[in-house]
Design a protein. Structure first.
Length: 256
């Protein structure tokens, strides 16, 4: 069980948002925290504590001017901590190598590998050919619908046809090194983890990072016990770094 730090960037600023409120036009997007520090500042902190394997989430749609500002911040962070961070958001087979060349250990991909809500094997093969499966993290973030959890794409706004279940991980494992799963319904709410999502992940025998709802050390311990110590985790809004009450040193001490 490892702590994977995060840097979320939106409109060129480091932010923490309520995940389920994110929209492309910005209307209704709820912000928990907007930093006056740049992304490289946070990358430097993670480098200082040797916290590797964290992720940069670029939360704007590729092709917009806002994305370009966000991308520039992400590149700064990658250069500040070469090999220490993963980068995700708007990444595809054509641009993935730009982030690897800038210092990302992995690229994180969701929307590109789904077409019309269905897994696109041709795109998976193109991504694998572009950077190699050992450099790819597949983000299978999910939202609840009709009692089940479905994988969502396009900044968590669109439901796919695929439920979050062990078989999907088995199907995709040959194309990636690890997985990232945001429980979007609790993401950014500091209201506690989604135990049902964690129960699903506990049965998956691959490297997975869980994100969403962590508010206190007890939540981290719950992930550890429910996941038998195999599920990694990230903390965003609850961290003192991002306006919360959890100190980074407390989190580090907990996993020790």
């Amino acid at each position: 069980m490892r702590f994977r730090p995060c840097i979320d960037i939106h409109n060129g600023k480091v932010k923490q948002i309520v995940g389920g409120s994110l929209t492309d036009d910005g209307r209704g997007t709820a912000e928990n925290f907007v930093s006056d520090k740049d992304a490289a500042y946070y990358a430097g902190i993670y480098a200082k504590y040797s916290l590797a394997g964290g992720h940069i989430a670029m939360l704007n749609a590729n092709g917009t001017k806002e994305y370009e500002a966000t991308r520039a911040e992400a590149i700064k962070a990658l250069k500040a901590y070469p090999g220490g961070l993963q980068a995700g958001g708007g990444i595809n087979a054509d641009n993935a190598h730009e982030f690897i060349d800038a210092g990302a250990s992995h690229v994180i991909v969701t929307s590109y590998v789904f077409r019309d809500g269905i897994i696109d094997r041709d795109r998976l093969l193109k991504l694998k050919a572009a950077v190699g499966s050992s450099r790819v993290v597949l983000d299978l973030s999910c939202r609840k619908r009709d009692g089940d959890y479905y994988i969502v794409t396009d900044r968590w706004q669109k439901f796919t046809e695929h439920k979050l279940e062990t078989g999907v991980f088995d199907l995709l494992k040959e194309y990636c090194d690890e997985f990232l799963v945001h429980a979007v319904d609790v993401e950014g709410r500091r209201s506690g983890v989604d135990e049902k999502v964690i129960a699903i992940l506990a049965d998956v025998p691959y490297t997975i990072t869980y994100a969403g709802g962590i508010s206190c050390i007890e939540d981290i311990r719950l992930i550890g016990s429910a996941g038998c110590g195999r599920i990694d985790f990230t903390v965003g809004s609850a961290l003192e770094l991002f306006g919360g009450s959890l100190k980074l040193s407390e989190v580090i001490e907990c996993i020790r």
